[in-house]
Design a protein around this ligand. Structure first.
Ligand code: AMP
Length: 193
């Protein structure tokens, strides 16, 4: 089983590229943001809790996020591998994920980071907000808060995965197809799948 983390700031194209990657490599795509949004649309208790953080552009607390993630892995344990999108976002999440995967004889094989500059990200998110119905895409203060959360809590994961020799940056500028090709070339070069 091969498992990948798709890493990057909000708006860097993780969700879009995850669809292409999961299809080509038959990976089960887990997006914690999508799972929260599904819970919100179904008015679950978890959705209500998550919404109070997401609407402000803050991170949902680790214990809630980690539990949801573990359930999603358990429910799909027959998959060929997982593609994590938007998870982990904190060192605690990364540590728990490593320990959990280890306990079921798995590991993260690579963390692939989509690198895009913030000016471009803001314009992509505002553009997406015109059709996404996401409150956190429509307000510049919320978008800035998401970047702050990334800089404070998530960016430390770069060192975390570099120290494990599992961090692979990819240029996230250009057309969707160009970026997909860069990602395919990188993953193929691992000779894992
Ligand atoms: P995303 O769809 O990945 O941009 O996530 C949207 C929002 O969902 C984030 O701004 C957070 O509020 C929440 N969220 C998604 N993934 C996580 C996570 N791993 N940890 C905490 N909050 C998360």
């Amino acid at each position: 089983m091969k498992n990948f983390v798709l890493f990057g700031k909000p708006g860097s194209g993780k969700g879009t590229q995850a669809k292409h990657l999961s299809e080509k490599y038959e990976l089960y795509h887990i997006s914690t943001g999508d799972l929260f949004r599904k819970n919100i649309s179904q008015n679950t208790k978890l959705g209500l809790l998550a919404k109070s953080y997401m609407d402000k552009g803050g991170l949902v607390p680790d214990e809630v996020t980690i539990k949801m993630l573990e359930n999603e892995i358990k429910d799909n344990s027959k998959s060929r591998g997982f593609l994590f999108d938007g998870f982990p976002r904190t060192i605690d999440q990364a540590d728990t994920l490593d320990k959990y995967l280890h306990s079921i004889n798995m590991q993260i094989n690579a963390t692939i980071a989509l690198e895009v500059d913030e000016k471009e990200l803001i314009s992509r998110i505002i553009d997406r907000g015109k059709t996404s119905n996401r409150l956190d895409d429509q307000d510049i203060e919320k978008i800035k808060n998401r970047f702050n959360e990334y800089n404070k809590k998530t960016s430390t994961l770069i060192k975390y995965y570099k120290d494990q020799n599992k961090f692979f940056p990819v240029n996230g500028h250009g057309s969707v197809d160009e970026i997909t090709k860069r990602l395919f070339d990188l993953i193929d070069s691992f000779n894992l799948l």
